[in-house]
Design a protein around this ligand. Structure first.
Ligand code: MG
Length: 317
């Protein structure tokens, strides 16, 4: 049916959008906004320059953000819902693999590597999470908003999903904001409603976080230079997530522009663009992105397959 085809396309668009943003954004990861502006905006796939964490990756290859998002999606599929034990086990294995791979080692953030080490030493997922409020649990959270359709459930599972690696109020608020934002966009809510739900639910864990989501929306017509400086673009969840919401809000009907703005924000560009891409794809569906971005993405068919399974499981619940 046409309607179901459209909904399925939003699931695919969400996961592909995240991967596309991540794969393009990796070229600017760690660069300042000033350096990005003097190099010129990145608008398509390419190799990351020497010195960037993703320097050994191929053009069109995504980073740890998408790897963890896929891992979370596969855990949801295997367990028919979020199971913290299964997810933590997969994270521990993933971390060990990534840290022993010379091309991917530099991609694993400080919270994730500390949490992975704790999990692999036998510490329970309840106590393995880092207290650093970084964005690792935000950047991977989109599949929770795809699998669960009830917003209370999305919020609860997103908060829980952060704990094995990122057990701080800021990181938990970030995971909640992203997963809730994705679900609201899938449901076709208008922008003010999406912001209201995401900010109110994030505020339950970190009030200042929710306030920044509101600012990212209310000031969406202010220039990117001003807003990225104001919201921040570092790996902290309360910077990457509001900056992603700013790009999403500013270009609510122009997803390609939203992703390009995020890719060039500065600092944690792969994560900002990954979150922006997930939100845009959930809002607009797979048709939102240019053909060259879809065709050039590594593992595209596998990601599409995973998104399709999440769709089938979600509508069947
Ligand atoms: Mg990354």
């Amino acid at each position: 049916m046409a309607h179901n085809g459209k909904l399925r396309g939003k699931y695919t668009g969400c996961m592909l959008g995240a991967a596309i943003g991540d794969a393009i954004g990796k070229q600017n990861e760690g660069l300042s906004r000033k350096d990005i502006l003097s190099n010129g905006y990145v608008k398509d796939y390419g190799k990351a320059p020497n010195g960037c964490p993703g320097e050994k990756l191929r053009a069109g290859q995504y980073t740890d953000d998408t790897e963890q998002m896929i891992l979370l999606a596969r855990s949801l599929i295997k367990c028919n819902g979020f199971n913290a034990g299964d997810f933590a086990e997969r994270m521990a294995q993933w971390g060990a693999d990534a840290l022993s791979d010379p091309a991917r080692k530099a991609l694993v953030g400080p919270s994730s590597s500390a949490a992975v080490a704790r999990l692999n030493s036998g510490i329970s997922w309840k106590n393995s999470g880092s207290s650093i409020p970084s964005c690792g649990s935000s950047m991977r959270a989109a599949p929770l908003g795809l699998f669960y359709s009830d917003l209370d459930e999305v919020e609860e599972k997103a908060a829980l999903s952060s704990i094995p690696t990122h057990n701080s109020s800021g990181a938990i608020a970030g995971a909640v904001a992203v997963a809730v934002g994705v679900r609201c966009a899938i449901d076709g809510m208008e922008l003010p409603e999406i912001i209201k739900e995401s900010s109110a639910r994030a505020s339950k864990y970190d009030e200042g976080f929710g306030d920044k989501i509101v600012i990212s929306f209310e000031m969406r017509d202010e220039e990117p230079d001003e807003m990225f400086a104001r919201l921040g673009t570092s790996y902290l969840a309360d910077e990457t997530v509001p900056s992603a919401f700013y790009c999403f809000s500013r270009y609510f009907d122009e997803p390609e522009k939203a992703i390009i703005e995020a890719v060039n924000a500065g600092d944690d560009t792969d994560s900002i663009a990954c979150i922006t891409g997930a939100l845009c794809g959930a809002r607009h569906g797979i048709g939102a992105f240019p053909e060259r971005w879809i065709k050039g993405l590594e593992n595209r068919e596998f990601i599409e397959h995973i998104a399709g399974v999440l769709y089938e499981m979600s509508v069947g619940r």
